[in-house]
Design a protein around this ligand. Structure first.
Ligand code: SF4
Length: 449
């Protein structure tokens, strides 16, 4: 009898990990993995090897929820016991435990630090099912939490804040993640130093709204100060900021980005639409063109990434054409276009004049086609140039290295594929100087020099 119990406990000590959704979720997963590892649990990304799997879910839009549900159902069909964490766990806390018998625990976004306690309980008593979803946002300060990285090579996400104070009429995030809470400057700089000591070359600052950083904690926007301090860290090469909120872009911040050598000249700014009628209905800042002009005026050789939503309720043909024209004129270096997803809990969910899915998809396709040729032209202008690339992969069979330039964020932007015809000494996680010889619509091809 005791042997059987021990065997089960040993099996239960191995936890399969699936992390879905955005980099903020990835960062939560990494801290949960760190905590599990410290407590003696073994982590595996091969879910076949574990009988308990942690799925950190996304609930931002319908497609993301479908992916989360599909993952959970597939694991359940394989006989796994499942711990469901993240935004969908918070969003559907009651339904998930009721409808998925294999779900042993639900962990809300405010409860991720309870992961070990919950695993201890469910792995030592097969009858227990736990729902840990608290309404109250936790105090956000990951000061000295252990962390295990997933797989973005020698880059690491650093979550600088949690939650959001805006009220975009389509967005459920503030309901799921609470109000904006900054992590202290000191703890961010400390963790960044530790990351660099462990070999990290690029730190990617993430939050729902990075340009707002510090306002809640210090009474002033403190992103410039944070950038200045990070820029001083020896061994750190690139600092990337993800998600600027348009009305918070200001000259001192842009000048700081321009001035600091380690801050990549890449601005990721979701604009969501170009037409003021739609932006008003979205409860988003107006006049995006002025914001883009300001960025281009103050950061030399900047590359801009943006995202847009098509098919927002009430988006008429002329609104859509305005957006298409805007995309054409602005020539963004990187672009994502999403179809509007109707969420009943948020104000836009009950707006009249919802747009059919066929029209939404058509509009998305047209804008992406337009962007495809823009991206190709912009890439073409890099032929013959030498660019610094962070090496992330080497395919021995093809003898090709893969990496990213400072103008490409992991997982969302393009890659640089290159050969080492000059037999240079190249290592993963280090930098190469690559001469660009060819391009595709979204990627660059070259040779290390
Ligand atoms: S800025 Fe708007 S879209 Fe972004 S997380 Fe906040 S409420 Fe959502």
């Amino acid at each position: 009898m005791s042997k059987v119990i021990n065997k089960n406990l040993m099996l239960n000590k191995k936890i399969g990990i699936v992390s879905l959704g955005c980099p903020k979720n990835t960062s939560d997963t990494e801290y949960m993995m760190g905590l599990m590892d410290k407590a003696g649990y073994e982590i595996t990304f091969d879910t076949d090897e574990a009988n308990i799997c942690l799925v950190n879910t996304c609930s931002f839009i319908a497609d993301a929820r479908k992916e989360s549900v599909r993952t959970i159902v597939e694991l359940a069909e394989l006989g796994k016991e499942i711990v469901i964490a993240g935004c969908m766990a918070t969003h559907f806390k009651d339904e998930l435990l009721k409808e998925i018998p294999e779900a042993r625990a639900i962990i809300g976004t405010n409860n991720i630090l309870e992961i070990v306690d919950i695993l201890d309980k469910i792995s030592s008593d097969s009858d227990i099912r736990i729902s840990a979803v608290s309404e109250k946002p936790y105090e956000f300060s990951y000061d000295s939490l252990p962390r295990i990285f997933s797989n973005i090579g020698s880059s690491a996400y650093l979550k600088i804040a949690e939650g959001c104070n805006h009220t975009c009429s389509f967005c459920i995030i503030p309901m799921l993640r609470g109000k904006f809470r900054s992590r202290s400057l000191e703890s961010l700089v400390n963790e960044a130093k530790q990351l660099v000591e462990s070999g990290i070359k690029e730190i990617i600052l993430i939050s729902q709204d990075s340009s707002f950083y510090g306002l809640d904690l210090y009474g002033k926007m403190a992103l410039p100060q944070l950038l200045n301090e990070l820029n001083e860290i020896d061994g750190l090469e690139w600092i990337r900021i993800m998600y600027f909120y348009p009305s918070e872009v200001n000259v001192p911040l842009l000048k700081t980005i321009n001035k600091l050598a380690k801050v990549v000249k890449y601005v990721d700014i979701p604009l969501q639409h170009s037409h003021n009628d739609i932006l008003k209905a979205m409860v988003r800042p107006l006049n995006p063109e002025a914001t883009i002009n300001l960025i281009r005026e103050h950061i030399e050789d900047v590359k801009i990434r943006s995202t847009f939503i098509v098919g927002f309720p009430g988006e008429k043909q002329h609104h859509y054409e305005h957006l298409l024209d805007f995309v054409n004129t602005q020539q963004f270096n990187r672009l994502g276009v999403f179809t509007y997803s109707q969420e009943l809990e948020v104000p836009s969910g009950s707006m009249t004049d919802q747009i059919s899915s066929k029209i939404k998809k058509q509009r998305q396709k047209e804008i992406m086609l337009c962007q495809k040729s823009i991206s190709y032209e912009l890439n073409n202008s890099l032929i013959g140039k030498n660019i610094k690339v962070l090496i992330e992969n080497y395919d021995e069979a093809k003898n090709v290295y893969t990496g990213r330039s400072q103008w490409d964020a992991p997982q969302v932007d393009g890659l640089v594929y290159f050969k080492n015809n000059n037999d240079l000494s190249l290592s993963l996680g280090e930098f190469a100087n690559v001469n660009i010889t060819q391009v595709t619509h979204y990627d660059l091809i070259g040779n290390a020099i």
